[in-house]
Design a protein around this ligand. Structure first.
Ligand code: BDP
Length: 700
């Protein structure tokens, strides 16, 4: 029980009726065809029959035998399906699935079907999941289909195996040993992703190294692409915009230069010779020092379209990131993506999708949704969430991100329609866009349990589920994950669910409550650094909190930077008024006096101290509740989480103390009686250094 199995541990079924039913099904399984995806399903049935029942799965080679479980696509099963049932299944699309009972010549059997082998694979994983959760119903019909086309992990993995903002060891891609050596982890990785419906992965860091585009490296990538194909997963790579200079001996990377265009066309052709279903490129350009079209006086559309033209003949896509901001531009960083992308609406080719972070700054513990959602209507927009917890406790803290993502996806954008939400834009239902995407920056590494903190697995799981269906609620996803990870004993389930569901709000409270943001330590981003100043302004904390003796917060209303003006008028109206705006966003958009009266009747200062303190109290509570579970789960996982919860409490106190002692130097006000007093000395907190924090190169 070291977490390696993830949510696919297929524990023994205790309940006798379920054992008997599942045992029956596994005693006569018939597959209608042979292909690599069905081999994977067979392998999964073999494992699960052993785990669930300590029994061998019995695969029939002909249909004469006593079949109980039929597996095949709609067309393979067509002779058994009525016309209306066929139509119903057809409507589920390429990746949808249908599973349930069927009567064949008076005999009741169970079928798992879809329109493609991948649909059947998804149906099979769903079938196994329902058994493992103890919820399988032999008589129920179940069907589902994804709402988003590209459900994608973005690895920020470097070729030397370090991981940008990775907290679970090194990269799982062992480039040095590829293509000759296939690490068994690659297969387990693919299984886990397919079980969630994740169908695309970008293997390399967005701060890209052009070397990955060399043919010897593409031969290595090909091995992974071949492995992932039967799992329904396509491979993408990050493309460094200056590659024509770095590896093509050209003097320019100007997207309108014909030699540059030819370079990319040849490169793309070479890639497709090795990987015929290559997904395409993910590009970070003109952002944080990465090269891009602006160097040549060209815009993002000209840059993206040049790559899109090279990929289009092969069916590939360009995923172009909207995470752009320049320290040379004297504009609130919040506004820059909209300023650069709104004027380009309608200019991007069909196979380009703009990947937008959930908020306008950078994966902060809480951000309002990014104002690009709803601001353009002729551009494909995809969502980028960060699964790796760069700003949310890295791998030492239990922070379940489901509620944060749900909050973003459910927020009303009021555009293009009055009831539009972020979810209804990115799934195409309101935006009408043809190409849809949800990407998550991966939290996976070489740690035995994949994600460093066991509960990091829940974030990988929740991301997959929300990418499949962005309307699914975080609480039910948490409950699924708990059942699959720890079993379905009721008190265990509800205790762990409570811990998970309050964890994000707790972290926001002890890190950046009430709309504060970007208060973390410089460069490693581990722990608090509200005092960070000097150097590039938009990489300091002072730029964002603007605390002074009068008050605190960033005025982004029309009297300030007016970033708020980039949202729909309904939002501008509500959020412009400090008494109307949800208090969780207050200091994001307003500079507020310390004695401003909050809805609770308390002053801003008092309320802020209470938020910080309540975050710590929740962390303490989380640990207390976890400790009550001792003996109810295996020792290994119990102690792993227990120790990390102690670390989390220390870190929560550190955040609270450092931030409150620092902000007190501006407010000049005492701490209210009801909070645990921030102890220590501000200078001490300021003096802490972390040159070996994971995910960064040490800065000597
Ligand atoms: C920030 C990270 C940085 C990434 C950047 C990005 O601190 O390491 O390169 O995002 O998304 O959150 O490109």
């Amino acid at each position: 029980k070291d977490g390696y199995q993830l949510w696919l541990s297929y524990e023994k079924i205790e309940e006798s009726k379920l054992r008997q039913e599942v045992g029956q099904l596994f005693s006569g399984i018939y597959f209608f065809a042979q292909n690599p995806t069905y081999d994977i399903i067979k392998e999964e049935f073999t494992r699960s029959a052993e785990g669930f029942l300590d029994q061998k799965a019995n695969f029939l080679s002909t249909r004469d035998g006593d079949f109980k479980l039929l597996v095949g696509t709609r067309s393979e099963l067509s002779q058994y399906l009525g016309l209306s049932q066929q139509a119903e299944i057809k409507n589920l699309g390429e990746e949808g699935y249908w599973r349930g009972p069927l009567e064949i010549n008076g005999k009741k059997v169970y079928i798992i079907t879809g329109n493609s082998p991948i649909g059947v694979l998804y149906g099979s994983f769903d079938f196994l999941k329902s058994i493992q959760m103890g919820e399988f119903d032999l008589n129920a019909e179940n069907s589902d289909q994804p709402k988003v086309q590209l459900r994608m992990l973005n690895h920020w993995d470097n070729l030397d195996r370090t991981v940008e903002r990775g907290y679970a060891g090194f990269s799982i891609w062992d480039w040095h040993k590829l293509p000759g050596y296939i690490d068994p982890r690659y297969i387990d990785y693919a299984r886990a992703n397919a079980s969630l419906g994740i169908n695309a992965v970008s293997l390399t860091n967005v701060n890209a190294n052009a070397w990955i585009l060399r043919e010897d490296f593409i031969e290595k990538v090909k091995v992974l692409a071949d492995l992932f194909r039967p799992y329904g997963i396509k491979v993408y790579l990050t493309a460094r915009f200056s590659a024509p200079i770095e590896m093509g001996n050209l003097e320019t990377a100007d997207p309108l230069d014909s030699d540059v265009q030819a370079f990319w066309k040849e490169r793309v052709q070479m890639i497709y010779q090795h990987i015929p279903d290559f997904g395409g490129f993910l590009v970070k350009a003109n952002s944080e020092g990465q090269p891009g079209p602006h160097e040549y006086g060209r815009n993002h559309a000209e840059g993206a379209n040049m790559l899109a033209e090279a990929l289009a003949p092969f069916g590939g896509n360009v995923i172009w990131r909207a995470f752009v901001y320049s320290h040379e531009i004297d504009e609130d960083r919040h506004k820059q993506a909209n300023l650069e992308f709104e004027p380009l609406d309608g200019k991007f080719l069909e196979n380009v999708i703009i990947q937008v972070k959930n908020g306008a700054i950078d994966f902060q513990p809480r951000e309002p949704f990014h104002p690009l959602f709803g601001a353009v209507d002729e551009t494909n927009l995809g969502m980028e969430f960060q699964i790796t917890q760069e700003y949310l406790g890295q791998a030492t803290q239990l922070v379940y991100l489901g509620p944060m993502w749900e909050e973003i996806l459910n927020t009303k954008t009021y555009r293009p329609g009055p009831s539009s939400t972020v979810a209804s834009i990115i799934d195409g239902s309101d935006s009408g866009q043809k190409l849809t995407l949800m990407a998550g920056v991966s939290n996976i590494g070489t740690d035995r349990n994949w994600t460093g903190h066991l509960f990091g697995q829940a974030n990988w799981y929740a991301f997959g589920k929300m990418a499949w269906n962005p309307y699914q609620d975080a609480e039910s996803i948490a409950s699924e994950w708990i059942k699959l990870t720890f079993g379905h004993e009721q008190t265990l389930l509800s205790s762990i669910q409570n811990i998970m569901m309050e964890s994000h709000e707790a972290a926001v409270n002890y890190m950046t409550p009430m709309g504060l943001h970007h208060l973390m330590g410089r460069s490693h981003h581990y722990g608090p650094g509200p005092w960070v100043e000097g150097g590039r302004a938009d990489w300091t904390s002072l730029y964002y909190h603007k605390a002074d003796s009068q008050g605190i917060g960033f005025d982004r209303t029309s009297s300030g930077s007016n970033a708020l003006g980039q949202y729909a008028p309904e939002i501008v109206k509500e959020w412009s008024d400090p008494t109307q705006i949800p208090e969780k966003y207050l200091l994001w958009f307003h500079h507020i006096p310390w004695d401003f009266q909050m809805k609770s009747g308390k002053t801003l200062w008092e309320e802020m101290t209470l938020h910080y303190d309540s975050g710590v109290k929740t962390a303490l509570e989380m640990k207390k509740n976890w400790q009550k579970l001792e003996g109810q789960l295996d020792e290994e996982r119990f102690h792993h989480v227990n120790q990390l919860l102690s670390v989390q409490i220390e870190e929560a106190r550190w955040w609270r103390n450092a931030c409150l002692l620092y902000f007190q130097t501006f407010s000049g006000k005492p701490f209210p009686d009801e909070i645990e007093k921030p102890e220590g000395d501000l200078e001490y907190y300021k003096s802490l250094r972390f040159p070996f924090a994971p995910g960064i190169k040490p800065n000597w």
